[in-house]
Design a protein around this ligand. Structure first.
Ligand code: ADP
Ligand code: MG
Length: 318
């Protein structure tokens, strides 16, 4: 019915699942996801075809903590398996809520989650200086034991304690690309690449092997958008627009940015690493790949306006 509409990859930020100050109970997460799905269902009702991706930081953090706390009773799972677990349970909640939100519009499209592996290379520079803190905080003593016994790289995190750090390499491809594309072509609303996907490397014989790393969900969302041949990439987060001089008195929120401007602002350090920078980079890569493609970074609450160019920050070719 809606298959003539534009295909849009929507990357949902952490606020779509857990809001600041929340503990992350199942009830809280379900309520947040239902709220996000109401916006997504409105987009579907407007005629857009959607592919969804989402973050998993707090959720995978909780799974790691659970593993840590019960490791004497149940064997602790490595990070890649924890990532797969988080994709499964978050995908489940989205499947249920999206069906319910679509039903409010009388829509009944099939929805499915694909547990997704993202290909990376160990040649990526982030492997030589891992930067992404994950999991629980430790005392210095505990951290040094983990470093010695498990080979973890540990760093002091801004005065808050010691944490394990892992590499955050650039995503190179999506292992389930063909499966996702076939589902999308068949009219399924696909949820894929959750948490940026499970980072894997390809061995010489072609087998895939999960590694201890994490991938930025916005950069992986851009790969997903390339792989499904999307028209648009929509990154929904907890700020209404991208700003320059962010947090300073002369902060200025932008309605649009050309590729050249985005490049200049990024080089001048206006976008923080690990939060806004990868969003802008993802938008730039997508728009750069084909002149008729669009990208917008916007607040989750204004998804309906942002898709029409009435909210958020658009990245345009020139
Ligand atoms: P998400 O879970 O949606 O990926 P992030 O926390 O990673 O959310 O990124 C969104 C955050 O980026 C905002 O809450 C804001 O604090 C931060 N940010 C950093 N630089 C900027 C900027 N230049 N303009 C707007 N927000 C910025
Ligand atoms: Mg983020």
């Amino acid at each position: 019915m809606q298959t003539d509409g534009q295909l849009v990859v929507v990357a949902l930020g952490g606020n779509a699942i857990q809001k600041p100050g929340e503990k992350g109970t199942a009830t809280e997460q379900r309520a947040n996801i239902m709220g996000a799905c109401r916006h997504l269902a409105s987009l579907i009702n407007k005629g857009y075809r959607l592919v969804l991706t989402h973050g998993n930081g707090p959720q995978v953090g909780s799974i790691l903590l659970q593993n840590e706390a019960s490791k004497d009773q149940v064997p602790a799972m490595p990070l890649d398996i924890c990532g797969a677990q988080s994709q499964g349970f978050i995908g489940y909640m989205f499947q249920q809520s999206l069906r319910a939100a679509m039903a409010e519009h009388g829509l009944d499209l099939p929805v499915a989650t694909v547990v997704t592996q993202t290909l990376v290379s160990t040649d990526d520079p982030d492997f030589s200086d891992p930067s992404k803190p994950i999991g629980p905080f430790y005392s210095e003593e505990e951290a040094l034991v983990l470093a010695r016994e498990k080979g973890f790289v540990v760093k002091e995190d801004a005065g808050r304690g010691w944490r394990r750090v892992v590499p955050s390499p650039d995503p190179l491809g999506i292992a389930e690309r063909d499966a996702i594309r076939q589902l999308v072509d068949a009219g399924v609303v696909v949820i894929a690449s959750g948490g940026g996907g499970i980072p894997v490397i390809e061995e010489e014989d072609g087998t895939l092997c999960g590694i201890e790393a994490v991938i930025d969900k916005d950069l992986a969302g851009e790969r997903l958008a390339q792989d499904v041949g999307a028209d648009g990439l929509m990154i929904l987060t907890d700020v209404p627009r991208v700003a320059i001089n962010f947090g300073a008195p002369d902060e200025r929120a932008l309605d649009r940015m050309t590729l050249a401007e985005a490049e200049r602002y990024a080089a001048a350090g206006h976008f923080r690493a690990g939060s806004m920078k990868p969003k802008v980079l993802a938008g730039m890569r997508f728009v750069q790949s084909r002149a008729d493609r669009w990208s917008v970074i916007a607040g989750l609450q204004s998804a309906e306006e942002a898709v029409d160019g009435r909210a958020g920050t658009r990245i345009v070719a020139g």
